[in-house]
Design a protein around this ligand. Sequence first.
Ligand SMILES: [Zn+2]
Length: 265
Amino acid sequence: MGDAAPEVTWLDADTVQVRQPKLSHWEAPFLFLLFGRERALLIDTGATTDESVFPLRATVEGLIAEWLRRNPVVFVRPYPLVVAHSHAHRDHIAGDALLRDRPGTTVVGTSPAEVIGFFGFRSWPDDTVAFDLGRRVVDVIGGPGHEPSAVVFFDRRTGILFTGDTVLPARLYVRDLPQYRATIERLIRFRDDPTAPVRELRGAHVEMSSAPGVDYPAGTVEQPDEAPLPLRPGILDRVLAALGELRGEPGERVVRKRFVVVFEG
Ligand SMILES: [Zn+2]
């Protein structure tokens, strides 16, 4: 059985990975909280508005309090929190309602226009925008294709590319193929820029088992043998190559060891 409590992992002293419990929702999305000197960034809010099912607000409050205890030299009180999203699908934004009234909190809207406006994109989705958390810069990269307002966050501190539902050990649902392909090519160019060394990718779900090419069907709650979340940067080349095999039939799948491309058309 999955656990009922959120799975909290400190990736380093200023970076937290939170997984919504499988028991609360089969999608069990991963959320990420990044702390800077001037503000924190929460990427995604999970699949439920019900705090009793997944205590998002209490979890975030607890993590911020814990970080502030260790980092008393923060200038602004209340310590600001920016809530942004990998993309606007329901299982990544449902918890927004639980955080909207939190003091010092800005919840970024989920339409493309709101995302573009908040981060200050000038030639969406081709440019990359720097977002400063205070002595910690996160690059925000346009990422439509799975969903029109999708972005990818690159944390220069940890070298992690937070790829949402765009690249992950799961089914990669391609809604808009030209945009999705352009996003993968954009991520490859970003990865190949030596000034932004990408160490690994972390997406928002795990749906693959540890057996190559075998995914758990949608709706699976128990995944006793699931693949690890992190992917190596080289996975981007494999995703691009897999796209080349699509013939353009809705529902078709291209199966690889660590992911399955699903063309939604
Ligand atoms: Zn999605």
